[in-house]
Design a protein around this ligand. Structure first.
Ligand SMILES: Cc1cc2nc3c(=O)[nH]c(=O)nc-3n(C[C@H](O)[C@H](O)[C@H](O)COP(=O)(O)OP(=O)(O)OC[C@H]3O[C@@H](n4cnc5c(N)ncnc54)[C@H](O)[C@@H]3O)c2cc1C
Ligand code: SF4
Ligand code: SF4
Ligand code: SF4
Length: 435
Protein backbone atom coordinates (compact mmCIF):
# COMPACT_ATOMS: atom_id res chain seq x y z
CA UNK A 1 0.00 0.00 0.00
CA UNK A 2 1.45 3.43 -0.92
CA UNK A 3 2.08 6.00 1.83
CA UNK A 4 -0.36 8.86 2.20
CA UNK A 5 0.48 12.21 0.60
CA UNK A 6 0.92 15.12 3.06
CA UNK A 7 -2.18 16.79 1.65
CA UNK A 8 -4.19 13.62 2.25
CA UNK A 9 -3.06 13.68 5.88
CA UNK A 10 -4.03 17.38 6.07
CA UNK A 11 -7.52 16.71 4.74
CA UNK A 12 -8.00 13.73 7.04
CA UNK A 13 -6.56 15.13 10.29
CA UNK A 14 -7.56 18.78 9.98
CA UNK A 15 -10.34 19.35 7.47
CA UNK A 16 -12.39 16.18 8.01
CA UNK A 17 -11.65 16.29 11.76
CA UNK A 18 -13.36 19.70 12.06
CA UNK A 19 -10.14 21.55 13.00
CA UNK A 20 -9.83 23.89 10.01
CA UNK A 21 -9.75 27.56 10.97
CA UNK A 22 -10.29 28.55 7.30
CA UNK A 23 -7.09 30.63 7.32
CA UNK A 24 -6.27 29.68 3.70
CA UNK A 25 -2.55 29.14 4.41
CA UNK A 26 -2.39 25.68 2.80
CA UNK A 27 -3.89 27.13 -0.39
CA UNK A 28 -1.47 30.07 -0.54
CA UNK A 29 1.52 27.88 0.35
CA UNK A 30 1.11 25.11 -2.20
CA UNK A 31 3.74 25.55 -4.93
CA UNK A 32 1.76 23.24 -7.22
CA UNK A 33 -1.49 25.21 -6.91
CA UNK A 34 -3.05 21.92 -5.84
CA UNK A 35 -5.38 23.19 -3.09
CA UNK A 36 -8.40 25.51 -3.40
CA UNK A 37 -11.17 26.72 -1.11
CA UNK A 38 -14.49 25.19 -2.08
CA UNK A 39 -17.89 26.78 -1.40
CA UNK A 40 -16.57 29.94 0.34
CA UNK A 41 -20.09 31.01 1.36
CA UNK A 42 -20.86 27.55 2.72
CA UNK A 43 -18.47 25.21 4.52
CA UNK A 44 -15.53 27.17 3.05
CA UNK A 45 -13.05 24.27 3.25
CA UNK A 46 -9.84 23.44 1.35
CA UNK A 47 -9.99 20.62 -1.20
CA UNK A 48 -7.07 19.06 -3.08
CA UNK A 49 -6.70 18.13 -6.74
CA UNK A 50 -4.20 15.48 -7.91
CA UNK A 51 -1.08 17.53 -8.67
CA UNK A 52 0.64 17.08 -5.28
CA UNK A 53 4.44 16.92 -5.45
CA UNK A 54 4.63 15.80 -1.81
CA UNK A 55 6.63 18.83 -0.60
CA UNK A 56 4.82 18.75 2.77
CA UNK A 57 4.43 22.53 3.13
CA UNK A 58 0.62 22.52 3.48
CA UNK A 59 0.82 20.16 6.45
CA UNK A 60 3.76 21.96 8.05
CA UNK A 61 2.19 25.45 7.94
CA UNK A 62 -1.34 24.50 8.97
CA UNK A 63 -2.38 25.99 12.35
CA UNK A 64 -5.57 23.91 12.52
CA UNK A 65 -4.37 20.90 14.52
CA UNK A 66 -1.50 22.46 16.48
CA UNK A 67 0.37 25.67 17.27
CA UNK A 68 3.59 25.74 19.28
CA UNK A 69 3.93 29.36 20.37
CA UNK A 70 7.29 29.15 22.17
CA UNK A 71 9.60 28.59 19.15
CA UNK A 72 7.75 31.21 17.09
CA UNK A 73 7.92 33.71 19.98
CA UNK A 74 11.65 33.06 20.34
CA UNK A 75 12.22 34.07 16.70
CA UNK A 76 9.99 37.15 16.97
CA UNK A 77 10.71 38.46 20.47
CA UNK A 78 14.00 36.86 21.55
CA UNK A 79 13.84 36.04 25.22
CA UNK A 80 11.00 38.44 26.20
CA UNK A 81 8.49 36.76 28.51
CA UNK A 82 4.87 36.81 27.31
CA UNK A 83 2.07 38.11 29.51
CA UNK A 84 -0.41 35.21 29.99
CA UNK A 85 -3.34 37.11 28.49
CA UNK A 86 -1.77 39.57 26.06
CA UNK A 87 1.48 37.95 24.87
CA UNK A 88 4.71 39.96 24.61
CA UNK A 89 3.96 43.69 25.03
CA UNK A 90 6.38 46.64 24.72
CA UNK A 91 3.63 49.29 24.99
CA UNK A 92 -0.16 49.57 25.23
CA UNK A 93 -2.32 52.43 23.92
CA UNK A 94 -5.83 53.64 23.23
CA UNK A 95 -5.73 55.21 19.79
CA UNK A 96 -7.60 56.28 16.71
CA UNK A 97 -6.94 57.68 13.24
CA UNK A 98 -6.47 61.46 13.21
CA UNK A 99 -8.30 61.71 9.89
CA UNK A 100 -12.02 61.80 10.78
CA UNK A 101 -13.05 60.06 7.55
CA UNK A 102 -10.70 57.10 8.17
CA UNK A 103 -11.78 56.97 11.82
CA UNK A 104 -15.49 56.88 10.95
CA UNK A 105 -15.08 54.25 8.27
CA UNK A 106 -13.04 51.97 10.54
CA UNK A 107 -14.37 49.15 12.72
CA UNK A 108 -13.20 50.77 15.91
CA UNK A 109 -10.69 53.62 15.59
CA UNK A 110 -9.52 53.15 12.00
CA UNK A 111 -5.96 52.55 13.28
CA UNK A 112 -5.26 49.66 10.90
CA UNK A 113 -6.35 51.55 7.79
CA UNK A 114 -4.50 54.71 8.87
CA UNK A 115 -1.26 52.72 9.37
CA UNK A 116 -1.61 50.97 5.99
CA UNK A 117 -2.32 54.24 4.15
CA UNK A 118 0.74 55.79 5.81
CA UNK A 119 3.05 52.88 4.89
CA UNK A 120 1.91 52.61 1.28
CA UNK A 121 1.79 56.43 0.93
CA UNK A 122 5.45 56.65 1.99
CA UNK A 123 6.36 53.93 -0.51
CA UNK A 124 7.71 51.70 2.30
CA UNK A 125 5.16 48.97 1.62
CA UNK A 126 4.50 47.89 -1.94
CA UNK A 127 0.99 46.96 -0.88
CA UNK A 128 -0.97 45.27 1.88
CA UNK A 129 -2.17 41.69 2.17
CA UNK A 130 -5.68 42.10 3.58
CA UNK A 131 -9.24 40.79 3.63
CA UNK A 132 -10.99 43.35 1.43
CA UNK A 133 -14.19 43.30 -0.60
CA UNK A 134 -14.28 40.58 -3.25
CA UNK A 135 -13.87 42.09 -6.72
CA UNK A 136 -17.05 40.63 -8.25
CA UNK A 137 -19.10 40.11 -5.08
CA UNK A 138 -18.53 43.15 -2.86
CA UNK A 139 -20.93 41.87 -0.16
CA UNK A 140 -18.26 39.42 1.00
CA UNK A 141 -14.56 39.60 1.78
CA UNK A 142 -11.65 37.82 0.11
CA UNK A 143 -7.90 37.68 0.64
CA UNK A 144 -6.14 40.09 -1.70
CA UNK A 145 -3.17 42.39 -2.14
CA UNK A 146 -4.20 46.04 -2.08
CA UNK A 147 -1.66 48.43 -3.54
CA UNK A 148 -3.57 51.71 -3.91
CA UNK A 149 -4.96 54.04 -1.23
CA UNK A 150 -8.48 53.47 -2.66
CA UNK A 151 -8.22 49.68 -2.26
CA UNK A 152 -6.87 49.99 1.28
CA UNK A 153 -9.63 52.44 2.28
CA UNK A 154 -12.29 50.16 0.73
CA UNK A 155 -11.02 47.26 2.87
CA UNK A 156 -11.64 49.08 6.17
CA UNK A 157 -14.01 47.43 8.67
CA UNK A 158 -14.31 43.91 9.99
CA UNK A 159 -15.97 41.19 7.95
CA UNK A 160 -17.45 38.70 10.37
CA UNK A 161 -17.43 35.62 8.19
CA UNK A 162 -14.99 32.78 7.46
CA UNK A 163 -11.88 34.38 6.01
CA UNK A 164 -9.30 32.36 4.05
CA UNK A 165 -7.05 35.44 3.82
CA UNK A 166 -3.82 33.53 3.21
CA UNK A 167 -4.98 32.28 -0.19
CA UNK A 168 -3.58 35.67 -1.28
CA UNK A 169 -0.04 34.46 -0.49
CA UNK A 170 -0.32 32.20 -3.53
CA UNK A 171 -0.23 35.31 -5.74
CA UNK A 172 3.16 36.39 -4.45
CA UNK A 173 5.84 33.67 -4.31
CA UNK A 174 8.02 35.72 -6.69
CA UNK A 175 7.14 39.15 -5.25
CA UNK A 176 10.01 41.28 -3.95
CA UNK A 177 10.11 44.06 -1.37
CA UNK A 178 8.07 44.67 1.77
CA UNK A 179 4.34 44.23 2.10
CA UNK A 180 2.21 45.14 5.09
CA UNK A 181 -0.05 42.33 6.27
CA UNK A 182 -3.27 42.42 8.34
CA UNK A 183 -4.83 39.28 9.75
CA UNK A 184 -6.65 37.41 12.49
CA UNK A 185 -4.64 35.33 15.00
CA UNK A 186 -5.06 32.00 13.16
CA UNK A 187 -4.12 33.60 9.85
CA UNK A 188 -0.94 34.94 11.46
CA UNK A 189 -0.24 31.58 13.11
CA UNK A 190 -0.34 30.11 9.59
CA UNK A 191 1.88 32.87 8.19
CA UNK A 192 4.45 32.48 11.00
CA UNK A 193 4.55 28.69 10.61
CA UNK A 194 5.04 29.17 6.88
CA UNK A 195 7.90 31.62 7.46
CA UNK A 196 9.47 29.22 9.97
CA UNK A 197 9.37 26.54 7.26
CA UNK A 198 11.46 28.82 5.04
CA UNK A 199 8.68 30.01 2.71
CA UNK A 200 9.34 33.40 1.11
CA UNK A 201 12.96 33.68 2.32
CA UNK A 202 14.00 34.94 -1.10
CA UNK A 203 10.62 36.52 -1.79
CA UNK A 204 8.38 39.13 -0.18
CA UNK A 205 8.94 40.52 3.31
CA UNK A 206 5.94 41.08 5.59
CA UNK A 207 6.50 44.18 7.66
CA UNK A 208 4.65 45.15 9.66
CA UNK A 209 2.37 42.24 10.44
CA UNK A 210 -0.67 43.88 12.03
CA UNK A 211 -2.85 41.53 14.06
CA UNK A 212 -6.48 42.23 14.81
CA UNK A 213 -8.04 40.82 17.98
CA UNK A 214 -10.41 37.93 17.41
CA UNK A 215 -13.06 36.42 19.69
CA UNK A 216 -14.54 34.09 17.05
CA UNK A 217 -15.61 33.90 13.42
CA UNK A 218 -18.85 32.86 11.73
CA UNK A 219 -20.12 30.91 8.74
CA UNK A 220 -21.41 33.20 5.99
CA UNK A 221 -24.81 31.68 6.77
CA UNK A 222 -24.95 34.01 9.82
CA UNK A 223 -24.91 36.97 7.43
CA UNK A 224 -27.61 35.41 5.22
CA UNK A 225 -29.86 34.64 8.18
CA UNK A 226 -29.50 38.14 9.63
CA UNK A 227 -30.22 39.66 6.21
CA UNK A 228 -33.41 37.59 5.95
CA UNK A 229 -34.47 38.72 9.42
CA UNK A 230 -34.01 42.30 8.22
CA UNK A 231 -36.12 41.65 5.11
CA UNK A 232 -33.36 41.12 2.52
CA UNK A 233 -33.68 37.79 0.70
CA UNK A 234 -30.21 37.48 -0.80
CA UNK A 235 -26.84 39.24 -0.39
CA UNK A 236 -26.72 39.39 -4.19
CA UNK A 237 -29.54 42.00 -3.98
CA UNK A 238 -27.31 44.42 -2.05
CA UNK A 239 -25.32 47.35 -3.33
CA UNK A 240 -23.25 47.45 -0.11
CA UNK A 241 -22.89 45.52 3.15
CA UNK A 242 -20.96 46.53 6.25
CA UNK A 243 -20.74 45.01 9.69
CA UNK A 244 -19.63 48.13 11.61
CA UNK A 245 -21.28 51.12 9.93
CA UNK A 246 -21.83 54.47 11.63
CA UNK A 247 -21.19 55.62 15.19
CA UNK A 248 -18.97 53.17 17.10
CA UNK A 249 -19.43 50.29 17.84
CA UNK A 250 -21.51 50.58 14.66
CA UNK A 251 -24.18 48.49 12.98
CA UNK A 252 -24.58 45.60 10.58
CA UNK A 253 -26.02 47.61 7.69
CA UNK A 254 -27.35 46.33 4.35
CA UNK A 255 -27.94 48.78 1.52
CA UNK A 256 -30.26 47.59 -1.26
CA UNK A 257 -30.11 48.76 -4.88
CA UNK A 258 -33.02 51.22 -4.28
CA UNK A 259 -30.93 53.00 -1.60
CA UNK A 260 -32.86 51.64 1.43
CA UNK A 261 -30.76 50.67 4.47
CA UNK A 262 -31.73 47.87 6.88
CA UNK A 263 -29.58 47.66 9.99
CA UNK A 264 -29.13 46.20 13.46
CA UNK A 265 -26.55 47.34 16.00
CA UNK A 266 -23.24 45.42 16.14
CA UNK A 267 -23.89 44.36 19.74
CA UNK A 268 -27.31 42.96 18.76
CA UNK A 269 -25.81 41.28 15.67
CA UNK A 270 -23.69 39.22 18.11
CA UNK A 271 -26.79 37.08 18.80
CA UNK A 272 -25.84 34.95 15.75
CA UNK A 273 -22.61 33.76 17.40
CA UNK A 274 -23.83 30.62 19.26
CA UNK A 275 -25.73 29.43 16.18
CA UNK A 276 -23.11 30.00 13.48
CA UNK A 277 -19.68 30.04 15.15
CA UNK A 278 -16.91 28.02 13.46
CA UNK A 279 -16.52 25.19 16.01
CA UNK A 280 -12.70 25.41 15.75
CA UNK A 281 -12.96 28.90 17.29
CA UNK A 282 -14.20 27.35 20.56
CA UNK A 283 -10.69 25.93 21.03
CA UNK A 284 -8.69 29.01 20.01
CA UNK A 285 -6.41 30.37 22.75
CA UNK A 286 -5.24 33.62 21.14
CA UNK A 287 -7.46 36.71 21.46
CA UNK A 288 -4.91 39.53 21.16
CA UNK A 289 -3.00 38.17 18.16
CA UNK A 290 0.19 37.33 20.00
CA UNK A 291 2.50 36.70 17.03
CA UNK A 292 1.96 40.09 15.33
CA UNK A 293 4.27 43.14 15.29
CA UNK A 294 1.38 45.11 16.71
CA UNK A 295 -2.17 44.16 17.61
CA UNK A 296 -5.37 46.20 17.33
CA UNK A 297 -8.78 45.58 18.90
CA UNK A 298 -11.86 47.47 20.02
CA UNK A 299 -10.97 50.06 22.65
CA UNK A 300 -13.85 49.18 24.99
CA UNK A 301 -12.40 51.35 27.78
CA UNK A 302 -13.82 54.31 25.83
CA UNK A 303 -17.25 52.70 25.31
CA UNK A 304 -19.96 55.30 25.92
CA UNK A 305 -17.52 58.22 25.60
CA UNK A 306 -19.11 59.50 22.37
CA UNK A 307 -19.62 58.41 18.79
CA UNK A 308 -15.93 58.41 17.80
CA UNK A 309 -14.39 54.96 17.70
CA UNK A 310 -11.27 53.91 19.63
CA UNK A 311 -8.92 50.97 19.25
CA UNK A 312 -6.65 49.32 21.78
CA UNK A 313 -3.12 48.90 20.38
CA UNK A 314 -0.46 46.53 21.72
CA UNK A 315 3.02 47.15 20.38
CA UNK A 316 5.09 43.94 20.44
CA UNK A 317 8.25 44.14 18.31
CA UNK A 318 10.85 46.82 17.57
CA UNK A 319 9.39 47.18 14.07
CA UNK A 320 5.89 47.63 15.46
CA UNK A 321 7.15 50.18 17.96
CA UNK A 322 9.10 52.20 15.39
CA UNK A 323 6.22 52.38 12.91
CA UNK A 324 3.53 53.08 15.50
CA UNK A 325 5.62 55.80 17.23
CA UNK A 326 6.26 57.43 13.87
CA UNK A 327 2.54 57.33 12.97
CA UNK A 328 1.79 59.10 16.26
CA UNK A 329 4.62 61.64 15.86
CA UNK A 330 3.52 62.48 12.33
CA UNK A 331 -0.11 62.83 13.54
CA UNK A 332 -1.48 59.99 11.46
CA UNK A 333 -2.72 58.49 14.73
CA UNK A 334 -3.74 60.02 18.07
CA UNK A 335 -2.76 57.80 21.00
CA UNK A 336 -2.79 57.74 24.81
CA UNK A 337 -0.60 55.24 26.66
CA UNK A 338 -2.44 52.84 28.98
CA UNK A 339 -1.21 50.23 31.45
CA UNK A 340 -1.00 46.54 30.66
CA UNK A 341 -3.57 45.97 33.44
CA UNK A 342 -5.99 48.37 31.72
CA UNK A 343 -5.57 46.45 28.46
CA UNK A 344 -6.31 43.19 30.31
CA UNK A 345 -9.39 44.65 32.04
CA UNK A 346 -10.84 46.11 28.84
CA UNK A 347 -11.34 42.64 27.33
CA UNK A 348 -11.72 40.69 30.58
CA UNK A 349 -14.75 38.69 29.35
CA UNK A 350 -13.06 37.72 26.07
CA UNK A 351 -9.82 36.75 27.85
CA UNK A 352 -11.92 34.64 30.19
CA UNK A 353 -13.50 32.93 27.17
CA UNK A 354 -10.18 32.23 25.45
CA UNK A 355 -7.54 32.01 28.16
CA UNK A 356 -9.53 30.03 30.72
CA UNK A 357 -12.57 28.76 28.83
CA UNK A 358 -10.77 27.42 25.72
CA UNK A 359 -8.45 25.25 27.82
CA UNK A 360 -11.41 23.85 29.78
CA UNK A 361 -13.29 23.19 26.53
CA UNK A 362 -10.26 21.43 25.05
CA UNK A 363 -10.36 18.90 27.91
CA UNK A 364 -14.12 18.63 27.95
CA UNK A 365 -14.60 18.06 24.22
CA UNK A 366 -11.61 15.68 24.04
CA UNK A 367 -13.37 13.69 26.77
CA UNK A 368 -16.49 13.64 24.58
CA UNK A 369 -14.39 11.99 21.83
CA UNK A 370 -14.01 15.08 19.60
CA UNK A 371 -10.77 15.98 17.81
CA UNK A 372 -9.27 19.15 19.36
CA UNK A 373 -6.12 21.15 18.59
CA UNK A 374 -2.87 20.89 20.56
CA UNK A 375 -0.91 23.85 21.98
CA UNK A 376 2.34 24.13 23.94
CA UNK A 377 0.35 26.04 26.59
CA UNK A 378 -2.05 25.23 29.36
CA UNK A 379 -4.73 27.21 31.17
CA UNK A 380 -4.90 28.36 34.80
CA UNK A 381 -6.47 26.29 37.55
CA UNK A 382 -10.21 26.82 37.43
CA UNK A 383 -12.71 26.68 40.26
CA UNK A 384 -15.53 24.10 40.26
CA UNK A 385 -17.95 26.97 39.50
CA UNK A 386 -15.95 28.05 36.45
CA UNK A 387 -15.80 24.44 35.18
CA UNK A 388 -19.55 24.07 35.60
CA UNK A 389 -20.09 27.34 33.70
CA UNK A 390 -17.95 25.95 30.87
CA UNK A 391 -19.98 22.77 30.74
CA UNK A 392 -23.21 24.79 30.40
CA UNK A 393 -21.60 27.06 27.77
CA UNK A 394 -20.32 24.09 25.74
CA UNK A 395 -23.73 22.38 25.81
CA UNK A 396 -25.32 25.67 24.76
CA UNK A 397 -22.93 25.95 21.77
CA UNK A 398 -23.54 22.31 20.80
CA UNK A 399 -27.35 22.68 20.92
CA UNK A 400 -27.52 26.14 19.31
CA UNK A 401 -25.31 25.16 16.35
CA UNK A 402 -27.20 21.92 15.69
CA UNK A 403 -29.65 21.67 12.78
CA UNK A 404 -32.59 22.02 15.20
CA UNK A 405 -31.05 24.96 17.08
CA UNK A 406 -30.50 26.87 13.86
CA UNK A 407 -34.04 26.09 12.65
CA UNK A 408 -35.54 27.52 15.85
CA UNK A 409 -33.30 30.58 15.64
CA UNK A 410 -34.28 31.28 12.00
CA UNK A 411 -37.91 31.57 13.11
CA UNK A 412 -37.20 34.17 15.84
CA UNK A 413 -37.36 37.92 15.16
CA UNK A 414 -33.94 39.65 15.27
CA UNK A 415 -34.94 42.06 18.04
CA UNK A 416 -35.95 39.20 20.37
CA UNK A 417 -32.42 38.06 21.29
CA UNK A 418 -30.39 41.25 20.84
CA UNK A 419 -31.26 42.70 24.28
CA UNK A 420 -30.52 39.40 26.01
CA UNK A 421 -27.07 39.26 24.42
CA UNK A 422 -26.23 42.81 25.49
CA UNK A 423 -27.23 42.00 29.06
CA UNK A 424 -25.17 38.79 29.19
CA UNK A 425 -22.11 40.59 27.74
CA UNK A 426 -22.36 43.35 30.36
CA UNK A 427 -22.69 40.83 33.22
CA UNK A 428 -19.77 38.76 31.96
CA UNK A 429 -17.61 41.88 31.59
CA UNK A 430 -18.51 43.02 35.11
CA UNK A 431 -17.88 39.65 36.76
CA UNK A 432 -14.55 38.98 34.99
CA UNK A 433 -13.22 42.55 35.49
CA UNK A 434 -13.49 42.06 39.27
CA UNK A 435 -11.20 38.98 39.32
C1 LIG B 1 -13.82 37.90 12.73
C2 LIG B 1 -13.37 39.03 13.63
C3 LIG B 1 -13.52 38.90 15.01
C4 LIG B 1 -13.09 39.94 15.84
N1 LIG B 1 -13.25 39.81 17.20
C5 LIG B 1 -12.87 40.82 18.01
C6 LIG B 1 -13.05 40.74 19.42
O1 LIG B 1 -13.57 39.74 19.94
N2 LIG B 1 -12.63 41.76 20.19
C7 LIG B 1 -12.05 42.88 19.63
O2 LIG B 1 -11.68 43.80 20.36
N3 LIG B 1 -11.85 42.99 18.31
C8 LIG B 1 -12.25 41.99 17.49
N4 LIG B 1 -12.07 42.10 16.14
C9 LIG B 1 -11.29 43.26 15.62
C10 LIG B 1 -12.11 44.51 15.46
O3 LIG B 1 -13.37 44.20 14.87
C11 LIG B 1 -11.37 45.51 14.54
O4 LIG B 1 -10.95 44.86 13.38
C12 LIG B 1 -10.15 46.08 15.20
O5 LIG B 1 -10.54 46.77 16.36
C13 LIG B 1 -9.41 47.04 14.25
O6 LIG B 1 -10.20 48.14 14.01
P1 LIG B 1 -9.70 49.37 13.14
O7 LIG B 1 -10.83 50.35 13.09
O8 LIG B 1 -8.39 49.81 13.62
O9 LIG B 1 -9.50 48.67 11.73
P2 LIG B 1 -9.97 49.14 10.27
O10 LIG B 1 -9.29 50.40 9.91
O11 LIG B 1 -11.45 49.05 10.19
O12 LIG B 1 -9.31 47.97 9.39
C14 LIG B 1 -9.74 46.65 9.55
C15 LIG B 1 -8.80 45.75 8.77
O13 LIG B 1 -9.17 44.42 9.10
C16 LIG B 1 -9.14 43.62 7.94
N5 LIG B 1 -10.17 42.58 8.07
C17 LIG B 1 -11.51 42.76 8.08
N6 LIG B 1 -12.14 41.60 8.22
C18 LIG B 1 -11.18 40.65 8.29
C19 LIG B 1 -11.21 39.25 8.42
N7 LIG B 1 -12.36 38.59 8.54
N8 LIG B 1 -10.03 38.58 8.42
C20 LIG B 1 -8.86 39.25 8.31
N9 LIG B 1 -8.77 40.60 8.20
C21 LIG B 1 -9.93 41.28 8.19
C22 LIG B 1 -9.43 44.53 6.77
O14 LIG B 1 -8.69 44.09 5.66
C23 LIG B 1 -8.94 45.90 7.27
O15 LIG B 1 -7.68 46.18 6.72
C24 LIG B 1 -12.52 41.10 15.28
C25 LIG B 1 -12.38 41.21 13.89
C26 LIG B 1 -12.80 40.19 13.06
C27 LIG B 1 -12.67 40.34 11.56
S1 SF4 C 1 2.50 20.05 -3.34
FE1 SF4 C 1 3.14 20.38 -1.22
S2 SF4 C 1 1.80 22.01 -0.48
FE2 SF4 C 1 0.88 21.25 -2.38
S3 SF4 C 1 -0.61 19.72 -1.74
FE3 SF4 C 1 1.31 18.63 -2.10
S4 SF4 C 1 2.36 18.57 -0.11
FE4 SF4 C 1 0.75 20.11 0.01
S1 SF4 D 1 -3.92 25.73 6.60
FE1 SF4 D 1 -5.74 26.81 7.34
S2 SF4 D 1 -7.27 26.52 5.68
FE2 SF4 D 1 -5.65 24.99 5.36
S3 SF4 D 1 -6.41 23.18 6.44
FE3 SF4 D 1 -5.07 24.29 7.85
S4 SF4 D 1 -6.47 25.56 9.04
FE4 SF4 D 1 -7.59 24.89 7.19
S1 SF4 E 1 -11.20 32.60 17.04
FE1 SF4 E 1 -9.15 31.89 16.53
S2 SF4 E 1 -9.51 30.26 15.06
FE2 SF4 E 1 -11.38 31.44 15.13
S3 SF4 E 1 -11.19 32.96 13.49
FE3 SF4 E 1 -10.47 33.89 15.39
S4 SF4 E 1 -8.28 33.55 15.39
FE4 SF4 E 1 -9.15 32.14 13.91
Amino acid sequence: MSAKLPVEILIETVVNAGLCTRCGTCVGACPAGNIAIEDPLGACLPAAADACTSCGLCLECCPGASVDFAPLEKVLFGGAAPNRLLGVVRGAYIAHASDAAVRRRGSSGGVVTAMLLDLVGRGESRGAVLFGPHREEPWRGWGRIASSAEEIAAAAQSRYHLSPLNTALGEMPDAKGDYAYVGLPCQIHGLRKLQAAGWGRAGPGFSPVIGIYCGNNLYYEATRVMLRKLGVNRPEDLSALSYREGAWPGSFAARTADGAVRSISKLDFNQVIPFFINRRCLFCVDLANELADLSVGDGWAKEGSGTDGWSVVLVRTETGERLFDRAVRSRVIEAEPITVEAAERMHSHAFDLKKTGSFLRLRLWRGWGCAVPRYDRSGPRATAGRRLFELVLSLQFAVASSWAGRAVYRALPARALGGLFRLLRKRWMRSTARR
